[in-house]
Design a binder for this molecule. Sequence first.
Ligand code: CP
Length: 306
Amino acid sequence: LIHLLSTEGLSREILTHILDTASTFVSVSDREVKKVPLLRGKSVFNLFFENSTRTRTTFDIAAKRLSADVFTLDITRSSTAKGETLLDTVANLSAMAADIFVVRHSESGAPYLIAQHVAPHVHVVNAGDGRHAHPTQGLLDMYTIRHYKKDFTNLSVAIVGDVLHSRVARSDIHALTTLGCPDVRVVGPRTLAPESFSAMGARVFHNLEEGIKDADVIIMLRLQNERMSGALLPSSQEYFHNFGLTQEKLRWAKPDAIVMHPGPINRGVEIDSDVADGKQSVILPQVTFGIAVRMAAMSIVAGNEA
Ligand code: CP
């Protein structure tokens, strides 16, 4: 694996190898062990052309725990604002001896473009491109599911909300089907959970009760208003009434179902605070697991595994 651009096309063996490698880093990610030297002398450049709290910070922490030198470009103050192209920015950063680029961009495909133009020794990790893919989120979601449910082969996983605009949903569906999950569901209004997702191996539901009935895992998604035009945009109240997850509605799922969310959450829109902060929520453990998973992703693409 030279670049990590998508979970699509990754074999079950590679996905499992990344999850297994991440589990070896848990003691480093929670600071029991301070650091490992796997990326000592390597330079990781964080290039976030779109906002981020969790992904950017956990990549930063992960690179530091691997002993890499980390540089986070402040895009708003970079020469992008003076008209420099993406490829020229990357070429100039490559001239500063970058080894890994972690890239988030609002345009689907931007990390692929960069990967096609970097020198062979440079690795690109996609930190989210448009609505296309968010592979490390998909992987940390798989890590979380495996942590709580042990095995994928008897699970029902429901992905609920604005699936259409979600790169997380796409990365999760590819990973879940490859890992042998027999029942992947997407649930939402017709405009945001179109039938076309059945081509990816998911069952499509437009009713929350039917969609989460007896589910083992529920992955809630926010309305990605920044990627919507007016016609698709439901009112928050109407959306919460039909698809917002409350404690009462959570009873439709299995009693031991876990509730996940990639964040940022919009309380009272797709999820009630009682659920987000409740006993079945694993939303914050997802964030913590993200450090170990990103350590695994960077050490594997760089070829510097333990
Ligand atoms: N889950 C996720 O990508 O969150 P951020 O946008 O805060 O990085």
